[in-house]
Unconditional design. Structure first.
Length: 353
């Protein structure tokens, strides 16, 4: 997918930013800077940025953290368009998603990873954790995302994966949820003592000014080298993959906590042909299967008189038409496959590494 395809497409309603006050998005910036002055004097860099060197820059930036800290929302904001699905349900992201942003002479190649899993050791979670470990092994910069003011045992287990050789930024996300901003500076000092981060970045991923500021910080860590992708490319993932992810996003959003996280989506048919009517250049015919663990889950997905699965298909179709600039016909089915998340062969057959 490239930037010429609906680069201004808004996120879905659940992704629309609220309008809270941000300590880094208003006159309170000065107050936060004052609170962080002590950290600056100790030699710790806090949201500092440098000028880009002459010539092209390009590098890999991994986004890591525990489930539900806002990694996918951050990736979408950094890229400038939705390429990674989001929901309140833990473990929404299950694949390594690569998103590109080319700005000026620099090309950022961001890698969004699944949240590192510690509660269950089934085949699915082992696959997800493998993706996380692989992503942090060979990158130029790591963005370690936590909720501002919080550090849980789950955060600690992810931080333990970080080596000392790769620069790591602490992304203190959801800063707008912090009510006592005076607590942030001492908390940042505590975090710095845990790892020795290259820089500390308090921010809110839904605030454009914060995102632009983060891009400026990341830029100087990119090696001077030729770009890897065309300037208008946004992701290396296919439209077929995006279709399956969007179905899964709507599935989780419309079922909430009722449906187990092990439900997944498989694309059975993805065909492209010229559009038959004016308004779209092409037509996509998609058939997908929602895989669940139990008959009760199947009934839950289908809903009363099929209303829920119809809504899942409709919301997926509407969003995919905007993102892909195409007319979309979508067919959804539901099948029961008990124990698939514990079966390594079936996990691989469903597209997990």
């Amino acid at each position: 997918m490239n930037r010429t395809q609906n680069a201004q497409t808004p996120l879905s309603a659940a992704d629309e930013p609220h309008k809270p006050t941000s300590a880094v998005d208003s006159s309170e910036q000065g107050d936060l800077d004052a609170m962080l002055e002590g950290l600056l004097k100790t030699g710790t860099k806090v949201v500092a940025s440098g000028e880009a060197a002459a010539g092209q820059r390009c590098g890999l930036v991994a986004i890591v953290g525990k489930p539900n800290v806002g990694k996918s929302t951050l990736l979408n904001a950094l890229v400038g368009q939705k390429i990674s699905i989001t929901s309140r349900k833990a473990q929404t992201t299950r694949h390594r998603i690569t998103g590109m942003r080319t700005q000026g002479a620099s090309q950022f190649v961001f890698v969004d990873t699944p949240g590192f899993q510690t509660l269950h050791s089934n085949a699915l979670n082992k696959s997800l954790n493998k993706a996380v470990v692989g992503a942090v092994a060979d990158v130029d910069l790591i963005l370690f995302v936590v909720e501002a003011g919080s550090f849980t045992p789950a955060d600690a287990r992810v931080l333990a994966l970080m080596g000392k050789d790769i620069p790591t930024l602490l992304i203190a996300n959801k800063l707008d949820n912090v009510h006592r901003r005076s607590d942030i500076a001492p908390w940042l000092q505590e975090m710095q003592a845990k790892h020795g981060f290259a820089e500390l970045v308090p921010m809110t991923a839904k605030h454009p000014k914060d995102v632009e500021r983060l891009l400026g910080i990341c830029e100087k860590y990119l090696p001077e080298q030729a770009w890897w992708y065309a300037e208008d490319e946004l992701t290396d993932r296919s439209e077929k993959f995006l279709a399956s992810e969007l179905v899964r996003e709507k599935l989780f959003r419309l079922t909430g906590d009722e449906l187990p996280y092990t439900s997944t989506v498989v694309i059975d048919k993805f065909e492209e042909e010229p559009a038959q009517k004016k308004g779209h250049k092409r037509l996509l015919r998609i058939a997908a299967t929602i895989v669940v663990e139990r008959d009760s889950h199947k009934a839950m997905v289908i809903g009363d008189k099929g209303e829920r699965i119809k809504r899942i298909g409709m919301e997926t179709r509407v969003e995919l038409e905007k993102l892909a600039d195409a007319k979309v016909f979508m067919e959804l089915w539901v099948k029961v496959r008990s124990g698939w998340a514990d079966d390594e062969a079936r996990v691989r057959s469903f597209g997990y590494e």
